[in-house]
Design a protein around this ligand. Structure first.
Ligand code: BGC
Length: 399
């Protein structure tokens, strides 16, 4: 039986304190969360409503420091429990070695399947091999893991996230008609995260014709992924680099028109740098991704222009149905999509993602969406992802 968004959100409500690290409700996701250094813990099967399947699912999330992973962890945990699975949920403080230990503990606890959002897509080799040796299927969740024991990948179309950001800039500056030139800078994500290159390339490929023609000018000259990357997607790291770029290339009054940021945590840092260190009076076009609450405030205030939203509740729905199919021994292919009644788009892709050269990873890719000040209520509040708070800004429905 499929869960409706409303029921998922209602369930999420009950996990909100847990996800935000603000409470501990005993034998729930809180006991399974170990971002603060505790050990992984299991929650009992079928605690919510589902009949017990007798199966255990290990859910490894990167960190509770970045907003979205709290949502993912909570949605996944709640949905699996409601469907009768026992869960082990871990957050690993963005430390790759800790995530290896956490997954090893899951294997020791006898999980039947692993759902892993990797901190470092290349650092999990040994533990993925261990899973493979034990015959435990692995779903790479959101971020691909570079190991051939990964059975399936569930994510959003990562390259499209970047193209949506690039296309937003083209439209905002009317680049096909305007003479320009306009000045632009880039901030990308964590090089250890396999997604980060896709986001950056999607945006860069979309904007490159305008850079080549001279309509867009990267004043710093920093167009290489590694130069503009942000370790662990940290706001402070993005802030520091943006301050350096502004001091070195814009302190003389050079106008900055656009800053393409791959996601919201980095956009937050760049916005802070622009507010404190940019001499110009114009509002700078800024992109982001995730729909984090602080960034939605900035969008409403005109500080950030857009964010690419990915409905992680839907990502969890796909993951749950995929796990069911794998553990039931059903064929997993496009029929998972055609045979479902998901109320959202998802593509089965067997040609875009590879865990090693020539080794394709069958992928289920959901579709991201552009959020601006003009459409945020329609796209985020109406479907129930966020609500309008007393101060007029959006807040999580669990808030
Ligand atoms: C996710 C993004 C997120 C970033 C930082 C990426 O792998 O796809 O949604 O902004 O990690 O957490």
């Amino acid at each position: 039986m499929k869960k409706t968004l409303a029921s998922i959100l209602a369930a999420f409500l009950s996990l909100s304190l847990v996800a935000c690290g603000g409470g501990n409700s005993g034998n729930s996701a809180a006991s399974g969360s170990n971002d603060q250094g505790g050990g992984a813990a299991s929650s009992a099967a079928g605690q919510a409503s589902g009949e017990s399947t007798g199966k255990k699912v290990g859910i490894a999330m990167p960190t509770q420091d970045l907003e979205r992973w709290n949502r993912d962890g909570a949605y996944l945990d709640e949905q699996f429990k409601a469907a009768g699975y026992e869960t082990v949920v871990t957050y690993s403080n963005n430390k790759a070695e800790q995530q290896v230990n956490d997954i090893q503990n899951m294997l020791a606890q006898g999980v039947d399947i692993l759902v892993v959002a990797a901190i470092d897509g290349e650092a999990l080799n040994t533990v993925m091999n261990d899973a493979g040796a034990e015959g435990i299927p692995v779903i790479a969740y959101d971020r691909l893991i570079m190991n051939d024991n990964v059975s399936y990948y569930v994510s959003f179309d990562n390259y499209t996230v970047g193209t949506l950001q690039g296309q937003y800039v083209i439209n905002a500056l009317d680049l096909n008609n305007a003479a320009g030139p306009f000045n632009i800078e880039f901030t990308a994500g964590d090089p250890a995260d396999n997604n980060a290159g896709y986001f950056f390339n999607g945006a860069m490929d979309t904007l490159k014709p305008f850079i080549d023609s001279g309509k867009l000018k990267v004043v710093s000259g920093q167009t290489d992924f590694n130069t503009v990357a942000t370790e662990q997607w940290q706001t402070d790291v993005a802030l520091d680099r943006a301050q350096n770029v502004l001091a070195s290339y814009y302190a003389d009054g050079t106008k900055l028109d656009v800053w393409v940021c791959s996601n919201d945590s980095t956009a937050l840092g760049v916005a802070q740098a622009i507010t404190s260190d940019y001499a110009g009076g114009n509002s700078v076009i800024m992109t982001g991704q995730d729909g984090d609450v602080a960034n939605l405030r900035n969008i409403k205030d005109g500080v950030q222009s857009m964010t690419v939203y990915k409905a992680v509740a839907n990502e969890a729905v796909v993951t749950l149905d995929l796990v069911k199919a794998i553990l039931d021994g059903s064929t997993v292919d496009n029929s998972l999509i055609t045979g479902s009644n998901w109320g959202f788009e998802c593509a089965y892709d067997t040609s875009s993602y590879f865990t090693s050269e020539g080794h394709n990873c069958p992928s289920f890719l959901l579709v991201p969406d552009v959020i601006t000040a003009d459409n945020m209520e329609e796209k985020l509040v109406t479907p129930g992802y966020y609500k309008v708070g007393a101060d007029g800004y959006l807040e999580a429905t669990n808030g």
